[in-house]
Write a protein that binds this ligand. Structure first.
Ligand SMILES: C[S@@+](CC[C@H](N)C(=O)[O-])C[C@H]1O[C@@H](n2cnc3c(N)ncnc32)[C@H](O)[C@@H]1O
Length: 353
């Protein structure tokens, strides 16, 4: 349906009357959902529900882990998770509108209105994705979630359960005895998923997904012995899921890399892992803006990507102050090595060779 322009709007008003607004919103939300939710062209959404929905690629990854099990999604919203489940599924939520949308979106699944804190199923794996936003701000306090994490844990004690949460959650303080999985998609960290002991296959896991179908997994079951050495030829900035999961050393050990500094997540080595961007080191100096400007001008630098960890530098402000006018592109890695703020001028972030 093409509703673009005033003529389209008039036609829509004549045809749909007071439902025109809802229809226009649905058309617009379907467009926005296209890259996120598979089959979005037939789905019903509210703007909030779409924004909170798990991206299909992430939901499919979770579904794969639960393949063949019966699941009960107790905060199902518009049905995104159950839509991707491979096996029997039921969905419930407190929100009537979302439940009716879910029934449209995933017609072959049973949806019912129920409070997640009053368990109404047995044996099924429980899936919980508590509401994470109040007033548009991200909520990291597990007790500010809806429903709160401690209440969820209490009522489902002993059940197989997967709890989706914001990636910024302080999982160390939760004393979770199952698995904590941090998931990223196309370089952005999307969620932490807490898997109960019965579903866990590791203590901590990083899952790195890409829209093109890539899946990389690192767990704390792998060795994390890495050497302490001077920087190699390359600097590697590990994916945020690996960093958030505390698995930088494990990832480094797998690929023969080591750290620039034991407290900083940048890795270095003489090879770049497949499919990863590496930064080939051109020079290393103590961080001094005047010297840096001269060095970059000498190299004819005009475009500069700046990566910073462990040093209080605003990359955009620094880039402006450097006033670069050359034609060449470089990357800067500014970080702390021991006590020293150190800057590496690197070739512009190169694909793995
Ligand atoms: C973040 S959304 C879930 C999104 C869903 N996983 C998806 O991918 O579309 C959280 C949902 O929890 C529901 N909710 C909040 N408290 C609840 C409760 N006590 N019982 C059931 N549902 C609840 C909200 O209505 C909302 O639909």
């Amino acid at each position: 349906m093409n509703l673009a322009g005033f003529a389209g709007l008039e036609t829509a008003r004549k045809r749909f009357g007071d439902r025109t607004g809802a229809i226009l919103e649905t058309v617009s939300l379907r467009g926005k959902a296209a890259g996120k939710i598979d089959g979005a062209e037939n789905w019903l959404f509210t703007a909030d529900a779409l924004q909170q929905a798990t991206a299909s690629i992430v939901a499919k990854h979770r579904a794969e882990r639960l393949r063949g099990r019966t699941i009960h999604d107790v905060t199902c919203s518009i049905g995104t998770e159950v839509a991707h489940h491979v096996g029997r599924a039921i969905g419930s939520d407190l929100d009537e509108v979302r439940l009716r949308m879910a029934q449209n979106n995933v017609p072959n699944v049973l949806f019912a209105r129920a409070d997640a804190l009053r368990p109404c199923s047995r044996d099924a794996v429980v899936l919980v994705d508590p509401g994470r936003r109040t007033g548009g701000k991200r909520v990291f306090d597990p007790e500010a979630l809806e429903p709160p994490l401690s209440a969820v844990r209490e009522v489902y004690r002993g059940r197989d359960i997967a709890i989706k949460s914001a990636p910024g959650i302080d999982y160390d303080s939760l004393e979770w005895d199952g698995e904590v999985e941090i998931v990223s998609l196309d370089g952005g960290v999307r969620e932490a998923c807490l898997w109960s002991a019965g579903l866990a296959t590791a203590g901590r896991r990083a899952t790195v997904l890409t829209s093109s179908g890539g899946v990389l997994t690192v767990t704390d079951a792998e060795p994390d012995d890495i050497p302490e050495r001077e920087p190699g030829e390359w600097i590697i900035n590990p994916d945020g899921a690996i960093v958030r999961a505390g698995l930088v050393r494990h990832y480094a050990a797998r690929h023969g890399l080591w750290q620039l500094d034991p407290r900083i997540a940048y890795l270095t080595g003489d090879r770049v892992p497949p499919g990863v961007r590496g930064f080939r080191i051109v020079s290393r100096t103590s961080f001094n803006e005047k010297v840096l400007r001269q060095d970059l001008q000498r190299l004819g630098c005009g475009a500069l990507e700046i990566l910073v960890r462990g040093v209080d530098v605003d990359p955009d402000a620094l880039r402006k102050r450097l006033k670069l006018r050359g034609g060449a592109a470089f990357s800067l890695v500014i970080t702390r090595i021991g006590r020293d703020a150190t800057v590496f001028i690197c070739e512009a972030g190169s694909a793995s060779p």
